[in-house]
Design a protein. Structure first.
Ligand SMILES: [Zn+2]
Length: 135
């Protein structure tokens, strides 16, 4: 498992924009790349249209997974926003954390400056993974 996830400034900024655009609902998306370096962001639709939970559109996710394979990269992280709560996995996030090898990135929008944290969620255990933004 990764102990750090590197995200370029442009992808990081796009992730924050996506989260802000969907406010007050939760936004979600996928970060893909190689090793621990993110090279691509996919904005996803939250079919729950909710400010406290998200669920990705499965057809959209299928297309993204295909694109990831075709680009010879891997899904490294799944991100979503917490418009009204801190950057920490909710009980539902824990329950729905099916991808043990992915970093769950949470963008909290409760402060003026977004707080972004990464977590590995495995068998009910949460471990924080550092997020490094590269200029
Ligand atoms: Zn959440």
């Amino acid at each position: 498992m990764l102990d750090k996830l590197f995200i370029s400034k442009s992808i990081f900024d796009e992730m924050i924009s996506h989260c802000r655009e969907k406010y007050p609902n939760e936004a979600c998306g996928i970060l893909a790349g190689k090793g621990n370096e993110t090279s691509k962001i996919y904005r996803m639709t939250n079919i729950e249209n909710s400010s406290v939970s998200y669920f990705m559109d499965s057809k959209e996710q299928f297309k993204v997974m295909k694109d990831i394979r075709e680009n010879n990269i891997s899904m490294l992280a799944i991100f979503h926003s917490h418009p009204l709560s801190p950057a920490y996995p909710s009980a539902k996030d824990m329950r729905l954390a099916f991808y043990e090898d992915a970093v769950y990135v949470i963008v909290s929008l409760i402060e003026n400056k977004p707080v972004v944290k990464g977590f590995e969620i495995r068998e009910g255990e949460i471990k924080e993974i550092g997020i490094v933004v590269k200029i």
